[in-house]
Design a protein around this ligand. Structure first.
Ligand code: PLP
Length: 427
């Protein structure tokens, strides 16, 4: 295969830099941590994407999670087309929203009512507001390395040792917002207990299977401990299943790991590639949301007919056979990459439907360990993969997203390319 040329991408990037901050509409797309310029994508089909120069790649990003059925899935496109032909938005309720809410509540044992929004960020912001209203408390306990969207108070991520007050991770976040966020290390139950002792929080907020420091599953018993601490203190356990929901199992990480949240945030797969997200939970909590209750939250495009159609068509594909296939695909990829690494200091962390290649001999158990990985080597590895027609997530701290469209051929191509890419990255 000839080495790809990226002339058209370079030209588009030059124009974009003049018009869009950093040339992209979300930072990781800039590929800065790979030490290269972004690749502009023209189209996708199944497990593959084509860039503006006509180069083709096996895509392991899957739009960062939504495309669990792959690109341009015929049934999902047809559902979107049908919905669009009937009008793109009404600002009034539709039958399809009720059906989608019923499907979500059926899948998540802990969710009795659900409110649709348009992004995971909005779901996080709204769930936190509701939790604060319900508990009449302000503080949030969150975990270092966890990402819950770009909500002001949730960007705090300092993560130094025991229950420290958050430091704003971005200019523009007020000291007051940061002061209500307590950041603790993932998988450290004593640190969570200490944070609870220091200040009665409204919420302990977690990704039950963290995917934003790479995949770092909970240690056995850790989620149960969070549940206990929350119950004892009168705080709410809020599970951010924006990535894990509808992916790691039919009922998300809560089903896979046997824990029930008070409130759950969902997104990504729920919108099937269109902008949809949601938060839901126990009836008495959700009935506090306006107009049933007094906690205000609204959205012009919430429950948008196109996004709801794409979400319903996506969930319709996700039966137990689909989850078995996705788990097998993930395992096959993980095993292939392990073999391709050939004894080099690389570890592969995986759960069904998610995987990370860590450039460290042992898979990390918290953000400090994830941060200690050799991110430069990951960058070299990814650059080498891109030259060989494989499109990996452009950061050591993101997950790979296998989809139902990734077949044996896509995995074999990836593993063959990875064998050479590990050699190039680590010698
Ligand atoms: C776990 C998690 N929560 C929330 C979000 C925010 O979602 P959105 O990008 O739709 O605002 C993300 C985004 O990647 C996420 O991974």
């Amino acid at each position: 295969m000839p080495a790809p040329e990226w002339g058209r991408s370079a030209e588009l990037y030059r124009r974009a830099l003049d018009l869009i901050p950093g040339g992209v509409n979300s930072p990781v797309r800039a590929m800065r941590s790979l030490g290269r310029d972004p690749i502009f994508i023209e189209r996708g089909e199944g497990a593959r994407i084509w860039d503006a120069d006509g180069n083709v790649y096996v895509d392991w990003v899957s739009s960062w999670g939504p495309l669990i059925c792959g690109h341009a899935h015929p049934a999902i496109l047809a559902a979107i087309e049908r919905a669009a032909a009937g009008g793109t938005s009404f600002g009034a309720p539709t039958e399809a929203e009720v059906e989608l809410a019923a499907e979500v509540c059926d899948r998540f044992g802990s969710v009795e009512m659900v409110r649709m929004v348009s992004s995971g960020t909005e779901a996080a912001m709204s769930a936190i507001r509701l939790a604060r209203a319900a508990t009449e408390r302000d503080a949030i306990v969150k975990f270092a390395g966890a990402y819950h969207g770009h909500v002001d108070g949730l960007l705090a991520e300092a993560g130094s040792g025991l229950a420290t007050s958050g430091i704003p991770a971005s200019p523009g976040v007020t000291a007051a917002q940061a002061a209500d966020t307590i950041v603790v290390p993932w998988n450290d139950a004593d640190a969570v207990a200490a944070a609870f002792a220091e200040r009665e929080p409204a919420v302990v907020l977690c990704e039950p299977i963290p995917a934003n420091m790479g995949i770092v599953p909970p240690a056995p018993g850790f989620l149960e401990r969070l549940r206990e601490l929350a119950d004892r203190s009168g705080a709410l356990l809020v599970c951010d299943e924006v990535i894990s929901g509808f992916r790691v199992a039919r009922g998300g990480a809560q089903e896979l790991l046997g824990v029930d949240a008070d409130l759950t945030m969902m997104g990504k797969v729920l919108g099937g590639g269109l902008p949809a997200a949601a938060y839901g939970g126990r009836r008495e909590l959700m009935e506090r949301v306006a107009p049933a209750g007094d906690v205000y939250q609204a959205g012009t495009l919430s429950g948008n007919p196109l996004a709801v159609a794409a979400g319903r068509a996506t969930l319709a594909e996700l039966d137990s056979a689909a989850y078995e296939r996705l788990a097998a695909t993930t395992e096959r990829l993980a095993a292939g990459l392990r073999e391709a690494a050939g004894g080099r200091p690389v570890s592969i962390a995986s759960v069904p439907g998610l995987l990370t290649v860590f450039f460290a001999p042992e898979a990390p158990s918290d953000f400090a360990a994830a941060s200690a990985c050799d991110a430069d080597a990951y960058g070299r590895f990814c650059r080498a993969l891109l030259y060989r027609g494989i499109y990996p997530p452009a950061s050591q701290f993101e997950a790979w997203f296998p989809s139902l469209a990734h077949d044996d051929e896509a995995i074999d191509e990836t593993v063959a390319a990875a064998t050479e890419a590990f050699e190039e990255a680590l010698g």
